[in-house]
Design a protein around this ligand. Structure first.
Ligand code: G3P
Ligand code: MG
Length: 236
């Protein structure tokens, strides 16, 4: 994430091309040339960190009801699309093998930050540089908790709105990025983040015209279901 770079982040892998948050989606994003992939992580009662977006299984799998109310064995037997399993964080990191940066979004709270920090620690010990990771969350206290366990890992404050104190939450967290919903892009928020040395990434942007507009506004990168489109904008 160097200066003047427009960072392309494959959203839930590359969910425009493959079932979201699966190994296939992550692999597709990498093959499309995305330098970063984003995916969502939830801590299951079993202690496993699962890569999954919703609270419920219905939209993206052949299961029903709440993820939290199913056993790990049941969850791993589900079809998450095109025969894909719900992956674990470790399976995704082993697939990535440092080829791209990984933005791990903490979806659940209650120990998720600590558990993710523990997994990341083992990859740091195996030689991954901290800069290969970006850990983000809408749950800012959980993100704060994560930072206590892994202070060297860059973090991103996720927001879906325009806070009264602009980028204040990201400043207070010591975040590297402010990850902002495309509905709430405001030049004053971008300016305040930049004033504090914080990059602004916008989700979820699939329209090339919007990508170009955001880039001209000074946004530092986008999350896209179609990272190939964002790469084309970057190249153009
Ligand atoms: O991290 C960016 C984006 O993924 C946040 O929203 O709901 O797609 O996880 P969501
Ligand atoms: Mg996400």
């Amino acid at each position: 994430m160097s200066a003047n770079e427009f960072t392309v982040i494959g959203h839930r892998g590359a969910r425009g091309h493959a079932p979201e948050n699966t190994l296939l989606a992550i692999d597709t994003a990498i093959r499309l040339g995305a330098p970063w992939v984003e995916f969502d992580v939830q801590l299951h009662d079993s202690g496993e960190l699962l890569v999954f977006h919703d609270l419920t299984l219905d939209r993206t799998t052949n299961g029903q009801g709440f993820l939290a109310s199913q056993s790990l064995g049941m969850l791993r037997a589900l079809d998450a699309g095109q025969g894909q399993q719900i992956p674990t964080l470790i399976e995704v990191l082993d697939l990535v093998e440092q080829q791209v940066g990984v933005n791990i979004e903490l979806k659940s709270a209650g120990g998720t930050g600590e558990a993710v920090a523990s997994v990341i620690r083992s990859y740091l010990e195996a030689g991954w540089p901290p800069e290969k990771f970006l850990v983000s969350s809408f749950h800012l206290p959980e993100l704060w908790e994560f930072k206590q366990y892994a202070p060297e890992i860059p973090i991103g404050a996720l927001i879906c709105g325009v806070p009264l104190d602009w980028a204040g939450c990201a400043v207070e967290l010591g975040a590297a990025t402010l990850n902002l919903s495309s509905e709430f892009v405001d030049p004053r928020l971008i300016a305040d983040a930049h004033k504090h040395g914080i990059k602004v990434f916008v989700y979820t942007v699939n329209d090339p015209a919007e990508m170009r507009m955001l880039r001209e506004m000074g946004v530092d990168g986008v999350f896209s279901d179609y990272p190939d489109r964002a790469l084309a904008v970057t190249a153009g």
